[in-house]
Design a protein around this ligand. Structure first.
Ligand SMILES: [Zn+2]
Length: 373
């Protein structure tokens, strides 16, 4: 039962000290979201950070610049730079020979050159060790900074420049995102008010999370959920949100009949009514789902708008940064963007403990935004 039982954050401790403060805190969060003047912040990989990561390399200072072309051709063939392809091999009279890590044990760079590229053994005046950028510049400002140290290859990307500009979402988009995040808090409030399970401080803490899934193409709420981990340790709100999305596509594995507390597993009429009253301008419901098999057998449906696979193209709004299990489930579900309000400093997998969205080994990458408060 240890899955997802998370120590309280500072904000949560405030909630726990006074039962009445639960509502105030949700109100305060909603108020702060409303009053926020900030744009949302993308949670990006370390290669976008301010801190320049460096790696040691050996460089050779050429005796005769006329030899540079031959030197570079030979080195590229026999000592390719592999992970350092973003570095230009030559800078003025200096040539990157190899990462310092290639020289191991008692061997020296001189010995390395003699044994690996013997034809270049007399091409250099001397060798020296240098720090150069470890990763490729992703942004224009990084490119300028990196070039002061060593010349780099760079492919400008207008989308990334905009993403990191601090001005990514326009006011209409921002208003939508804030509305859905406020709705996630209202889902939690509704849960706290209606749950008879919250009878201890620990329960309040464990269960205060809510999820809203939105189809941005029709600006409509597709699924709503909150934690049910006291009945089932893997039923965190994001897991249930994905399952509730699956139910809109003739799928889903967790059905109400499996549990005593029916109202937790999908949006009850009561909760839906509550949300509609709080957010009269928000639309609810998914696009009509047409399975691939149906569309293949039905000529008329071939050109229709085929339903998405789970969360493809969907935005997911969570009060708290999801844990590893939920984050991986959101990867598998192909969510397009994840928005969260509070950091989960002990178990968060999108900012606090790691950033799954930046792992190149995963086959799907969503964008992550925070900074609502
Ligand atoms: Zn989780």
């Amino acid at each position: 039962m240890s899955i997802g039982i998370e120590p309280p954050t500072k904000k949560m401790k405030m909630i726990l000290e006074d039962g009445d403060f639960i509502m105030k805190t949700i109100d305060k969060c909603i108020e702060d979201i409303d009053n926020s003047k900030n744009n949302l912040e993308p949670v990006l990989g370390d290669d976008f950070g301010e801190t320049l990561q460096l790696v040691k390399v050996f460089v050779g200072i050429t005796k005769d610049p006329k030899d540079l072309s031959k030197i570079v051709t030979t080195l590229n063939e026999k000592v390719p730079l592999k992970q350092l392809q973003h570095l230009k091999r030559v800078r003025k009279k200096k040539v990157i020979l190899c990462p310092a890590s290639y020289i191991i044990g008692a061997s020296s760079i001189q010995q390395f050159i003699e044994s690996t590229v013997m034809e270049l053994q007399d091409s250099f005046q001397y060798f020296k060790e240098m720090d150069v950028p470890l990763t490729a510049p992703r942004l224009q400002k990084q490119f300028k900074e990196y070039n002061k140290i060593w010349s780099c290859n760079f492919h400008p990307n207008a989308y990334l420049e905009k993403l990191t500009s601090g001005d990514f979402f326009n006011s209409v988009d921002l208003n939508n995102h804030r509305t859905y995040m406020k709705m996630a808090f209202e889902v939690s409030r509704w849960y706290i008010q209606h749950s008879n399970i919250i009878n201890s401080i620990d329960d309040v803490y464990k269960n205060i999370n809510g999820a809203i899934v939105v189809d941005p193409t029709i600006q409509s709420v597709v699924a709503v959920s909150f934690d049910n981990r006291e009945n089932n340790p893997i039923q965190h709100s994001a897991m249930l949100a994905i399952d509730n999305v699956a139910k809109t596509q003739n799928g889903g594995v967790w059905f109400e009949t499996d549990y005593k507390s029916n109202e937790k597993l999908s949006v009850s009429d009561e909760l839906l009514t509550y949300l509609k009253l709080k957010f009269p301008s928000v639309k609810f419901g998914s696009r009509e789902y047409i399975s691939k098999r149906d569309s293949a057998t039905d000529e008329c449906s071939k050109n229709s708008n085929d339903g998405p696979y789970l969360c493809t193209g969907y935005y997911v709004y969570l009060i708290r940064e999801p844990c590893f299990m939920c984050s991986m489930a959101l990867v598998h579900a192909r969510a397009k963007r994840i928005f969260f309000c509070l950091d989960n400093i002990y178990f968060g997998a999108l900012k606090s403990k790691t950033k799954l969205q930046t792992k190149s080994s995963l086959n799907h990458h969503f964008e992550v935004f925070t900074g609502f408060l």
